[in-house]
Ligand binder design. Sequence first.
Ligand code: AMP
Length: 208
Amino acid sequence: MGSIVLFGPPGAGKGTQAQRIMDQTGLPQVSTGDMLRAAVKSGTPVGKEAKGYMERGELVPDQVILALIRDRIQEPDAANGVMFDGFPRTVPQAVALSEMTDISHVLAIDVPDGRIVERICGRATCGNCGTVYHDTFNPVPASGCPCGDYQEKRRADDNEGTVLNRLEAYHQQTSPLAAWYDERGVFHRVDGDRAIDEITTDLLAVLN
Ligand code: AMP
């Protein structure tokens, strides 16, 4: 198996499924969104450049993203492949990635537009362990997060105004990648509008 791409609109459940697939396959998750949020938080030059795009729900320029990825996949834990989450998001990013590493599977999590806003508004993450929750669809257990130290984190861009821009960016710039990867015989689509466990089962079945 080479590297995997988790593909789908914002709020499809890529981050949730990435954690589960990581537990099963040992492939490290490489989320450009997480990397950019860390860069914004620590005020690096990349963070300063990315901040405005992210707040508006627009894509950060390809060259910024590709520089991050180039560095990340040099790290020792990436030697046997990684699981990309939220990358690539444009055809030029996919072309550049194909020159850096082999992609064996693109796992597309399909969720209709009508479901995205409710999924994104209400989303929270445990800042301590990274588990993703949703106020309605996947609430924090009454006994608290299993890590024992729940620290609620909500993303600044998880609001109705930004979501519509993020969806538009997805349809205009990212969705053409489906055909691009399909032509290369690595594209697999899974219905993401179901229970979290059922989706995980289907995604793992594609990989096995
Ligand atoms: P995400 O956490 O994947 O939803 O990404 C959050 C935001 O980071 C996006 O709305 C973009 O502004 C930016 N971003 C993340 N990944 C990429 C990427 N591969 N290409 C361009 N922008 C990205």
